[in-house]
Design a protein around this ligand. Structure first.
Ligand code: SAH
Length: 238
């Protein structure tokens, strides 16, 4: 089995790579399309890990390469996000039920916000992977929320923009990559799951909160991703 794990920033994948190094897994690297892909062998199975760089286009490149070039059969995204829902606090973990692009707007032609013809406003995450994530969380005694993730090429750091995204898309969290990974995986019929740990509340203090909590929140998501790999049958003694 080949599972691809994508983060946007180096901080989001470093805890994973460090764990595989500590476990003395065989790791090789390949450069492609401006990114480094780490291939980790765990028994008979493989994991591909890369950080894409920030934003929907970069994440789409990485997801496409993972699937079409490396042959990944499942994609997990691990990273941080701004919390929109009132009950989401820094460090909480969320999986996407479905994802949308909040910055898509061809409403001048009568289309709903976020909608692209021949595509759809929302793309559902894989229900089997999400169910597995809930099972893993239960075993860990960890509180895992599930909700709508809105992605766009903007760091949301204002109460008014935050309220607008909640109103238009009913979103629970906001980030800059998930929906593009969802579009790619959906196009290639590859199951995917998006994990995000909350680094900030997408309000006026989001930049300060993000800088303060990026590393700790990224670790929460990475740790959970490792547990998911175990649940997917990877022989990891973490
Ligand atoms: N500090 C970085 C930029 C971070 S952009 C730098 O200067 O290089 C924010 C990243 O975290 C994106 O990858 C996005 O997916 C996620 N994110 C966390 N909080 C967010 C928010 N409030 N709005 C949008 N994306 C957010």
């Amino acid at each position: 089995m080949k599972v691809g794990i994508i983060g946007a920033m180096i901080e989001e994948v470093t805890p994973l790579i460090e764990t595989f190094r500590r476990l003395h897994c065989s790791i090789s690297q390949e450069q492609l399309g401006g990114n480094t892909y780490y291939k980790v062998k765990i028994g008979e199975k493989e994991v591909y890990i890369a950080y894409s760089k920030i934003g929907k286009v970069h994440a789409a490149i990485t997801a496409s390469v993972m699937i079409a070039h490396f042959g990944c059969e499942k994609i997990l995204f691990s990273g941080v996000a701004g919390g929109l829902a009132k009950d989401l606090k820094v460090g909480d973990l969320l999986i996407a039920s479905k994802l949308c692009q909040h910055d898509v707007d061809i409403s001048a032609f009568g289309h709903p916000l976020g909608f692209i013809p021949e595509s759809s406003t929302f793309i559902q995450a894989d229900s089997a992977l999400n169910a597995l994530a809930h099972k893993v969380a239960k075993q860990m005694g960890k509180n895992l929320k599930e909700g709508i993730i809105a992605s766009g090429d903007q760091f949301i750091a204002s109460e008014s923009k935050k309220m607008w995204i909640i109103k238009e898309f009913g979103a629970d969290a906001v980030e800059m990559e998930g929906a593009s990974v969802a579009v790619v995986c959906n196009a290639f019929n590859v199951p995917f799951c998006v994990f995000r740990s909350i680094s900030d509340s997408a309000d006026g203090g989001a930049d300060v909160s993000f800088d303060k909590f990026l590393e700790s929140a990224a670790k929460v998501s990475a740790q959970f991703t490792l547990e998911m790999l175990k649940a997917l049958g990877y022989a990891l003694e973490i």
